[in-house]
Design a protein around this ligand. Structure first.
Ligand SMILES: O=P(O)(O)OC[C@@]1(O)O[C@H](CO)[C@@H](O)[C@@H]1O
Ligand SMILES: [Mn+2]
Length: 452
């Protein structure tokens, strides 16, 4: 079905590693094997803990898991056919149907393999195969192979977290005196802090520590010129549109959905933004969407979400702990909620959501605004396809418009739409790595067409 839609909408082909020297090729050839090696090392480093916790069973499981991951790494390095999953999890059938869909697209002569299939698919598939290797080896099935590097990223960012929580509490103290213009200015600042928080992603760094050392609030003006598309004003309008009295003369506060990306500092920037949305009266609730399994090294799981709030509460810094206590009460009151639909850890482009995850699509349709954090979400919004840079964002979404939505993304993959004529060419002459270095960003907005 997705294939038909893509053909129907005349979408260009998906990025893949078959183009030697391309970013996808270098990712599949170099970065993904490196990530797998780090995963194997992380499991091996915990061998004694597995023995303490589970005895010989734990040691056996560690050995078996490493065996499966080493086999996976060899398949990847030698461009072997993509294999069906065999772990019988909730999403196993969907993954195997997706493999068949890819095979029918490729035709029967060539097997779907790591360097020939779409990059988006094989990269997502690798993380799902890591989950399969762990899942097939109880009693270590609950082990999060990325936990150590996600928590380290949080601890390494403490100064930035403290500065951000101090700023937030300062806003709190006089929030009732802020004019609408001042509220808008704070919103734009916190939206940009959440945007730049996305630089702290451990997948692009292949797991190498890249936490936030200083609070970006002071550097927002220096970073402004690196925002290639800035639809912040449209985001503000979408958010405040619900404040205006409706036909019944009453204004109805809306809900904001945040589709999360990375744990660590980036998650804190999202929690701070979400806190401001509630404390300023701009939204009545915030729904967070995270991942149901460890994903792309640093993506947020339910454990990471709860751990981060607990850590912030327990901090020995007044404003940090005060922020964490507030966030915990938002969760308890239901003002904030956390969700992890399996669709977010499938390989699908988001234009498939209405058909493949109608329940999730219906949830997002109820939002006043949906914020999509990060590069992988952008790749799924646009289908990770070889669009011309001047193609309008809503065209690349190909019908995915559940609600007013905004992508807050630092560029780490060579897909970018919605630029002005000549803007891409100018960037390429200035900086050949502009699409993949994480130095540039977009705040890209799209609102559903009325006739949808
Ligand atoms: O979604 P994030 O965390 O901003 O970025 C994740 C990501 O950078 O990892 C890949 C490289 O392995 C990128 O292409 C991909 O988009
Ligand atoms: Mn990520």
């Amino acid at each position: 079905m997705a294939a038909n839609r893509a053909l129907f909408h005349g979408a260009p082909p998906p990025l893949s590693a078959k183009v030697e020297g391309s970013f996808a090729y270098l990712t599949v050839r170099d970065r993904l094997p490196t990530i797998l090696t780090r995963v194997i090392d992380a499991i091996h480093r915990n061998k004694n803990k597995f023995f303490e916790d589970f005895g010989e069973e734990g040691v056996r499981a560690e050995k078996q898991t490493i065996g499966l991951l080493s086999k996976l790494r060899n398949e990847l390095l030698t461009d072997k056919p993509i294999l069906a999953l065999c772990d019988g999890l909730e999403d196993t059938d969907s993954w195997n149907q997706y493999l068949q869909r890819q095979q029918s697209l490729l035709g029967e002569q060539d097997p779907v393999s790591w360097f020939k299939a779409p990059w988006l698919y094989v990269e997502c598939y690798m993380y799902r195969r890591i989950q399969e290797a762990i899942w097939l080896n109880p009693p270590i099935s609950d082990f999060d192979v990325f936990h150590e590097c996600k928590t380290q990223s949080f601890f390494e960012s403490q100064q930035a977290v403290i500065a951000l929580c101090t700023y937030l509490q300062g806003i709190y103290r006089n929030i009732d005196d802020l004019s609408e213009t001042q509220l808008m200015e704070v919103f734009h600042k916190l939206l940009q802090v959440s945007l730049w928080g996305n630089k702290c992603d451990l997948s692009i760094s292949a797991g190498v520590e890249n936490s936030q050392k200083s609070c970006p609030i002071e550097f927002l003006s220096d970073l402004k010129s690196f925002i290639l598309v800035d639809d912040s004003k449209m985001v503000w309008s979408a958010l405040t549109f619900t404040q205006r009295p409706g036909e019944n003369g009453k204004s109805s506060l809306g809900s904001v959905d945040i589709v999360l990306d990375n744990a660590g500092f980036e998650l804190v920037t999202d929690l701070v933004l979400a806190d401001f949305l509630i404390s300023s009266g701009l939204a009545k609730e915030v729904r967070f969407h995270g991942k149901s399994i460890p994903w792309f090294v640093s993506d947020v799981t339910a454990n990471d979400f709860q751990w981060t709030i607990r850590q912030t509460m327990a901090a020995n810094h007044k404003w940090m702990s005060k922020s964490g206590v507030q966030w915990q009460s938002y969760m308890r009151e239901g003002v904030w909620s956390y969700h992890d639909h399996p669709f977010w850890t499938m390989p699908h482009e988001y234009c498939d959501m209405a058909g493949d995850a109608p329940d999730l699509y219906a949830t997002l349709k109820g939002a006043t605004l949906v914020l999509f954090k990060g590069d992988l979400n952008y790749r799924k919004l646009t289908g990770d396809r070889e669009w011309d840079h001047t193609v309008p964002f809503d065209r690349a979404l190909r019908g995915f418009q559940p609600a007013p939505l905004c992508s807050l993304r630092t560029l780490k993959a060579n897909v970018q739409v919605g630029l002005q004529p000549g803007q891409g060419e100018q960037l390429s002459t200035q900086d050949s790595s502009w699409m993949t270095s994480g130095k540039y960003a977009v705040v890209q907005f799209c609102s559903p067409h009325k006739e949808q």
